[in-house]
Design a protein around this ligand. Structure first.
Ligand code: HEC
Length: 104
């Protein structure tokens, strides 16, 4: 529950579909370690500490099911409540993507 509260306070709400943002993010080569840290702060409340799923689905092999662009939209779009949309800059988004790619 504590984790959930933190996650809602950090970068919450409304990064709507923004191509420049997506292109910028895809050009970066993120850090899986940084992404892991971000994930632990913002995502584990729903996806579980090892991303094996809880309220939200297991995210292992998610990068085989969704393109990076689709993942960016999932995280920033708020299209599938109860998952919130996250206001996350492109560097951090790229870190998160790198982390998700590191899951098998
Ligand atoms: C409040 C709970 C909650 C939080 C916090 C949350 N998610 Fe989710 N997430 C969900 C739920 C529920 C779904 C399933 C939505 C659906 O498919 O209808 C989901 C779906 C996803 C999917 C798509 C999974 C698939 O199989 O299509 C990805 C990727 C994802 N979340 C990543 C993240 C990341 C990264 C974070 C942290 C930045 C995060 N989520 C934070 C609840 C959450």
């Amino acid at each position: 529950m504590g984790v959930l509260l933190i996650c809602f306070s950090i970068f919450f709400v409304n990064h709507h579909d923004n191509n420049k943002y997506i292109i910028e993010t895809l050009e970066l080569n993120g850090s899986a370690e940084e992404g892991d840290a971000l994930f632990k702060i913002n995502c584990v409340g729903c996806h579980g500490i090892t991303a094996r799923g809880l309220v939200g689905p297991d995210l292992h092999s998610i990068t085989q099911r969704l393109s990076d662009k689709e993942i960016i939209k999932q995280v920033t779009g708020g299209l599938t409540p109860p998952m919130p949309s996250f206001e996350i800059d492109s560097v951090n988004m790229s870190n998160l993507l790198k982390y998700l790619h590191s899951l098998e």
